[in-house]
Design a binder for this molecule. Sequence first.
Ligand code: NAP
Ligand code: GDD
Length: 348
Amino acid sequence: MKKALITGITGQDGAYLADFLLRKGYTVHGIIRRASTFNTDRIDNLYKDPHDPKAKLLLHYGDMTDGTSLRRIIEKVQPDEVYNLGAQSHVKVSFEQPEYTADVVYMGALRLLEALRDYIEVSDLQVKVYQAGSSEMYGASKPPQTETTPFHPRSPYAVSKLAAHWLGVNYREAYGMFISNGILFNHESPMRGETFVTRKITRAVGRIKLGLQDKLYLGNLDAKRDWGFAGDYVEAMWLMLQEDEADDFVVSTGEMHSVKEFAHMAFKLAELDWEKYVEIDERYFRPTEVDALCGDSSKARKQLDWAPKVDFPTLVKMMVDHDMELAKQEATLKAAGHEIGLRQLKQS
Ligand code: NAP
Ligand code: GDD
């Protein structure tokens, strides 16, 4: 029975990956951060009381900024596979918190790899590592982007991810460690954080339709992204670690749409005209934008036998349907006198 350790298990991908690995029979260990409020919403449905002998999802307090905690957890868990998903993953926020972003994304990866290097040397056990790289690393390089496209990162987040990517390559070459870098293009789901543009749009669609919100303020509508479904992408992460040799893979749909197209389709599903509700707010523009990302994932399709199953219209509909239900619940709460105004402040 294999043991997996996931950093960032409380995030979108962490939740899908934990579910995927539990279904495969893994025991899944996750690193969570201490917070003053519960931050395990996305994995609550997978969690059993650890006193239950059948519990296969086990959580440990740790932080990518705290190397000691990472070492201790690795030694305790003795994982077969490690998925490094923990990150300050918001590109716009990385311009406001560049040092913290670099500390978590780049230094965090370094701390993790150093702990694993020592663990592997002392234990003489093999550990396979997945490093969550990003299409943001391509930045200004024109699409289609493939494993050989030059990187040109355009934010502190992307620079940090690129440094972590190269650490993976270097530790592979220097110490023979099994580290596969996934270069994943944008992937979304009903569990996507509400400040990323797709979810911000689908949340607004539900709330506007039910009269809970009047307007949706967005930034650059012309940016183009290759949007896939997170559930499909975690399978690719796992497949990378089932290979005999570590390698780097682009994971993408190969289809590109603009933010405007996403908004148009999402509002249309709710029989709303997006142009009546969307307004532009300069606050959401980035100092340097990534204009167009579209991945060529031929290598993953051929070598890993991976392909995305959810197409763009299905993804948009899945998110709109989910957020319409959520808005109905909010409307019911509001009718019962509960205040929900603070929600709007959480958008960024
Ligand atoms: P996400 O929803 O933002 O989740 C990030 C996770 O990292 C959360 O569990 C978060 O914990 C955790 N985290 C943040 N700071 C941490 C710290 N200092 N120590 C430990 N954990 C920390 O991101 P995601 O969309 O699931 O993405 C997963 C990974 O793939 C990230 O590394 C992201 O950069 C990368 N990636 C994502 C995409 C995409 O389109 N989704 C594409 C390419 C690469 P809290 O819940 O406590 O905040
Ligand atoms: N977040 C946000 N909010 N983005 C907006 C908005 C807005 O109001 N209006 C327009 N956009 C544009 C952004 O300028 C960007 O060009 C595009 O929408 C997508 O933004 P995000 O959804 O925030 O995602 P991202 O592409 O910057 O980053 C995501 O994907 C990366 C992979 O390419 C994140 O998940 C990263 O962690 C990930 O690495």
